[in-house]
Design a protein around this ligand. Sequence first.
Ligand code: SF4
Length: 137
Amino acid sequence: MADNQVDNVANDANMSGKRVVRRFTCVNCPLGCDLTATVENGNVVNVEGNVCLRGETYAQTEATNPMRVVTGLVNVSGSEMPASCRTESAIPKALIPKCLQAMRSVELKLPVTIGQVVVPNVCGTGVDVIATRNIGR
Ligand code: SF4
């Protein structure tokens, strides 16, 4: 199964720009359609393999600005158990390393409560990192 990677980069002799063909597996439903997106000059000009419109939207986003929910662990002062955390919603995939770095720089105090904001506005995305389990409650 092709897994969200560049499969072919070629200069199209009939076009002025570079054409990139990318393949993805749609994760929006169990059918898992194999999608092929053609990108020219940074714009998705064609999507094939999708059964429904959600697949087309998914391929467009994956090809131009992929987003991910980020999960990680944050140290808790006075606890051997770190707090599991995640971003409240998806952030640009390119910011994952900086997001994880921000999580590593935090040390929470007991008690930790589910939904507690751990890192507000992580990496300037407008998205908070929140705790996903209670510790010491
Ligand atoms: S394109 Fe539509 S039918 Fe295919 S996996 Fe995505 S959501 Fe499901």
